[in-house]
Design a binder for this molecule. Structure first.
Ligand code: GDP
Ligand code: IMO
Ligand code: MG
Length: 420
């Protein structure tokens, strides 16, 4: 069977921690989209680790980890991540597998990302500048190079051809940067990549399935950053929703069992774009401070706000979510009152649907208020011991979404999670 864990908001919901928590129940953990724009945090022996491209099961002995064809891979970033694994004594040569169909991010993709963002001025996406958009453009434009190509004698000449094309685009942007140093590092990293397990990802995953192995697909980013259903154009360039598992790994939808959606007990967004429940006051500052809301990849402060049930319900619909994990509940511990957005109001009307272009509308969130629990919950181990005010908050979310919040995470530690 295949289960999926993915983010229901604008990313950083705590996917790394939750995947790490569930990883020992699975034989294979697979990333199906995104690339080094992701930053998934987990704690190993009390030490913080941030993974960008390697699945969050890599620390679990006996677990196989696949980087699927739907990912865009930066070999330099991968080598760095592997060096981190070395420092933990993890033998990734036995447990990490990369699909030969995975698209490569080139140094010029990163330069193009920078050039594109610069040219957009105030309308910039707020990209992580990891080359994601340009790499996916080369994939759909049928120009990209893939991991399997690095074994080919013609790789260098194909690389030069693509690089020349990129150079012309960069000239159009009047963007000049010397990337020769970056290129040298890149070619060394490609050597490293060649030494890893490059496999046919679709056979790898379907063989595992046929042998009865348990597979967990790990999403990156979040549903509201999805290329089709997110807040376009302020989105990433991949299919972040459950449908992406099928094309990003090469598996049939029939094989998917649970779709586990993760939401924070509040909401954050990093980068530009609409965020109706964003708080620009001391509550926003408190959430940022208590929740340590700074980007795991770029270090940028995350925008913080109340949980948005309209967007959450939409994400549950698009993904076919079967159960929910709510993270960072402990961050709300000190609040007197908390709010949830139950509908949007704009143009004199109220709606519970996500509109076509959120960024063009002056959306006023309509809130329902809840009493805060004003109690440290980070040490609580059982659902029954959670404060009544918090159970009321969770129960309202259950009722609104008509999907059960099955787990509540009450701290960053791998053991800080409570089954409902
Ligand atoms: P991801 O991209 O979805 O994996 O999330 P990130 O790692 O970017 O951001 C989540 C942050 O919240 C990380 O720093 C986690 O260590 C932390 N975190 C996860 N769950 C909890 C929780 O329940 N409580 C608190 N306080 N922090 C958490
Ligand atoms: P994880 O997996 C939060 C955001 C960027 C920007 C937009 C496009 O850690 O949840 P891109 O680099 O893809 O061109 O950026 O998407 N973004 C994320 N925000 N978490 C992420 O990943 C993100 N990956 C991209 O900030 O607004
Ligand atoms: Mg993250």
């Amino acid at each position: 069977m295949i289960d999926v864990i993915l983010g229901l908001q604008w990313g950083d919901e705590g996917k790394g921690k939750v995947v790490d928590y569930f990883a020992s129940r699975y034989d294979v953990i697979a990333r199906f989209q995104g690339g080094p724009n992701a930053g998934h945090t987990l704690y190993v022996d009390g030490k913080k680790v941030v993974l960008h491209q390697i699945p969050s099961g890599i620390f679990k002995p006996g677990t196989k980890n696949l980087i699927g064809n739907g990912v865009v891979l930066d070999a330099v970033a991968l080598q760095k991540e592997c060096e981190t694994l070395d420092s933990f004594g993890i033998d990734y040569r036995k447990s990490l597998f990369i699909s030969d169909r995975t698209q490569l991010i080139l140094p010029t993709h990163k330069a193009l990302d920078r050039a594109s963002e610069q040219s957009k001025g105030k309308e910039k996406i707020g990209s992580t500048l990891k080359g994601i958009g340009p790499a996916y453009m080369d994939k759909t434009g049928r120009n990209g190079l893939r991991v399997g190509d690095v074994r080919d004698k013609s790789f260098v000449s194909n690389y030069i051809k693509l690089r020349l094309k990129h150079q012309k685009l960069l000239d159009n942007f009047s963007f000049q940067e010397d990337i020769s140093q970056e290129e040298e590092t890149y070619f060394n990293a490609l050597e490293f990549l060649r030494s890893l397990n490059i496999v046919s990802g679709e056979y790898f995953i379907n063989d595992a399935f046929d042998k009865g192995q348990r597979i967990l697909a790990e999403g990156a980013q979040g549903s509201m950053l999805d290329i089709d259903f997110g807040t376009f154009p302020y989105v990433t360039s991949s299919t972040t929703i459950a449908a992406g598992v099928c094309s990003g790994l090469g598996v049939s939808p029939h094989k998917i069992r649970e779709v586990i959606g993760i939401t924070k007990a509040y909401c954050t967004r990093v980068g530009s774009g609409p965020f109706p429940t964003e708080l620009h006051d001391e509550y926003g500052d408190l959430l940022r401070k208590k929740g340590n809301e700074f980007g795991a990849t770029t270090g940028r402060p995350r925008r913080c706000g109340w949980v948005d049930l309209v967007a959450l319900k939409y994400a549950c619909m698009i993904n076919g979510v079967t159960q929910i994990v709510m993270t960072k509940a402990d961050v709300l511990d000190e609040l007197d009152t908390l709010k949830v957005c139950k509908s949007y109001s704009f143009n004199g009307e109220e709606t519970q649907q996500v509109p076509f272009q959120m960024d063009k509308l002056n959306i006023e969130p309509v809130y329902r208020e809840f009493k805060g629990w004003k109690k440290d919950i980070s040490h609580i181990k059982t659902y029954e011991d959670l404060p009544a005010e918090m159970l009321e908050y969770v129960s309202h979310i259950n009722d609104y979404l008509k999907i059960k919040v099955n787990y509540i995470s009450n701290g960053p530690g791998s053991d800080q999670i409570i089954k409902a």
